[in-house]
Design a protein around this ligand. Structure first.
Ligand SMILES: *[C@@H]1O[C@H](CO)[C@@H](O)[C@H](O)[C@H]1NC(C)=O
Ligand SMILES: *[C@@H]1O[C@H](CO)[C@@H](O)[C@H](O)[C@H]1NC(C)=O
Ligand SMILES: *[C@@H]1O[C@H](CO)[C@@H](O)[C@H](O)[C@H]1NC(C)=O
Ligand SMILES: *[C@@H]1O[C@H](CO)[C@@H](O)[C@H](O)[C@H]1NC(C)=O
Ligand SMILES: *[C@@H]1O[C@H](CO)[C@@H](O)[C@H](O)[C@H]1NC(C)=O
Ligand SMILES: *[C@@H]1O[C@H](CO)[C@@H](O)[C@H](O)[C@H]1NC(C)=O
Length: 437
């Protein structure tokens, strides 16, 4: 008996027994106690990341964490042993805020695009606030321009069709060759329409049936799944499968998601349900598998993409080495596509603001407060939030923390409405005072 124990100890020390696996360590996210010093965000700043703390700002302030600016965590960056430590971009804190103060909401009502609500010209990028409409205005149709931002709502700074391709503010294109999404109408994007082609045209968003084949512009900085969602903007389903040589996209639906959560069958092909738990215990770049039905047989599925099992930021799940897949399934994608389509159909915002939900609240469907269209905007905001932060919002506590600090949460975007009304009331009050005097 004693001998056996010794043998096991020696084997463990030599790494001969497999279960010395080090599971991924994930940080926790908390927002239940003040950080102090007006801070609303504090990241531990270490590697692997151990803790992220947030705290609610007062009602006239917000934290406004914008993606790409603040430090966060991704599970694959937590495994130090697989990272090239001389490559700064492998760091989770390089050129990122690790702390942030609450800021006044009013300071954000600046540098507004044409079409946005304004009180004074200094708020507008164009430096002109139209007094009668109370909106930022810019150049009219046919006027020479060098950027989309200069043109009025409904127009883009688009080139003539022939040499010397002079650019003027023109109606946004609904077909034909383009160089970027802003040249195309709100309901269109700029993408190759033919398989094996890189020639971009303005194509109607979310318009194509299952099985439709078209071209791919592959972004190597993004994951395969992110690229599939980008290409999928052409599909009714919102997602496309990309061929191995990255030159053909096919409209598909996510028909099932499988994960490595069952430790006796890490390559299980049995679908699991929302929120798609996965295990952080082993090499996990294939932990979450997204499949589409590629034939009529019961088991004819093909992979759209695989993803890492990501941190949920919930202590209870971390303690069990359980993470959550970073993207949801087709049901959430359908909700997103439906609500986004409504938003884009009715927008009166500038072309560069087309995907900006804060702008859509002010000059798009969100401006119609209380109506059916306003709830379409709310739904678009929430489903975009659900998809973007899926793995971090699956427990009520982490969800609440995310709602409080992220710039794109409904809580923060609706806060802004409150303030605009307040400014309106202040103006009204001063006018009344003036009349009474
Ligand atoms: C590294 O990160 C910086 C800052 O985010 C970015 O500007 C740069 O393009 C990145 N470089 C690569 C090679 O990814
Ligand atoms: C990519 O692969 C498909 C077959 O899967 C083929 O038809 C196509 O010609 C290939 N494209 C390129 C650019 O190699
Ligand atoms: C799971 O699949 C991978 C290849 O994708 C293979 O290397 C691994 O051995 C499989 N694991 C089990 C337990 O079958
Ligand atoms: C961390 O990375 C190393 C090297 O790639 C790998 O051997 C190890 O299994 C990884 N750890 C986990 C928990 O996946
Ligand atoms: C997680 O584990 C730590 C350390 O073992 C323990 O202090 C904590 O209470 C656990 N948390 C939960 C939610 O189970
Ligand atoms: C967002 O997620 C929450 C929680 O999972 C869910 O209750 C809500 O219906 C979702 N909203 C949308 C618009 O998808």
């Amino acid at each position: 008996m004693k001998n056996l124990q010794t043998i096991v100890k020696i084997a463990l020390a030599l790494g001969l027994i497999g279960y010395t696996y080090q599971a991924f360590q994930c940080p926790t996210l908390s927002c239940d106690s003040p950080i102090g010093g007006d801070y609303c965000f504090l990241h531990s700043g270490d590697s692997p990341v151990t803790q992220i703390r947030t705290f609610k700002c007062p009602s006239d302030q917000w934290c406004y964490l914008e993606d790409g600016q603040y430090a966060w965590v991704r599970s694959f960056n937590q495994n130090m042993s697989r990272l090239d430590l001389s490559y700064k971009n492998n760091s989770q804190v390089f050129y990122r805020y690790t702390q942030k103060h609450c800021e006044d909401i009013t300071t954000f009502q600046q540098q507004l695009q044409n079409g946005r609500k304004c009180q004074v010209s200094a708020q507008c990028l164009s430096n002109t606030c139209d007094e009668t409409t109370g909106k930022c205005i810019g150049k009219t149709e046919g006027v020479s321009c060098s950027s989309h931002e200069e043109c009025n709502v409904g127009l883009a700074c688009n080139p003539d069709t022939g040499f010397p391709f002079a650019t003027t503010c023109k109606k946004m294109f609904t077909s034909g060759i383009c160089a970027n999404d802003n040249e195309c109408d709100y309901t269109h994007f700029c993408w190759p329409s033919l398989p094996n082609s890189k020639q971009r045209e303005c194509l109607q968003l979310f318009s194509q049936e299952m099985g439709k084949m078209f071209g791919v512009l592959y972004d190597d900085l993004k994951s395969l799944l992110e690229n599939s969602l980008e290409a999928g903007k052409y599909c009714k389903s919102g997602i496309a499968a990309i061929s191995t040589n990255k030159s053909i996209a096919t409209c598909v639906e996510i028909d099932k998601i499988t994960t490595n959560i069952n430790r006796n069958d890490v390559n299980s092909t049995t679908p699991i349900s929302s929120p798609y738990y996965c295990s952080l215990e082993d090499e996990h770049f294939k932990a979450c598998k997204y499949w589409y039905k590629s034939g009529t047989g019961v088991n004819q599925y093909s992979l759209i993409a695989t993803e890492y099992c990501d941190c949920s930021l919930d202590e209870g799940l971390n303690n069990k080495s359980i993470g959550i897949c970073p993207y949801p399934g087709q049901d959430q994608l359908d909700t997103y596509v439906d609500s986004l389509q409504l938003v884009l159909q009715y927008t009166k915002c500038q072309t560069v603001d087309w995907m900006n939900m804060a702008a859509q609240k002010d000059c798009g469907v969100g401006a119609v407060q209380g109506g059916e269209l306003y709830s379409a905007w709310q739904k678009a905001v929430q489903s975009q939030f659900n998809i973007t932060y899926w793995q971090y919002i699956q427990t009520p506590t982490t969800r609440q923390c995310m709602e409080e600090v992220m710039s794109t949460s409904l809580t923060n975007l609706e806060k802004e409405i409150g303030i605009i009304t307040q400014v309106g009331l202040v103006l009204l009050a001063s006018i009344l005072t003036f009349i009474l005097l």
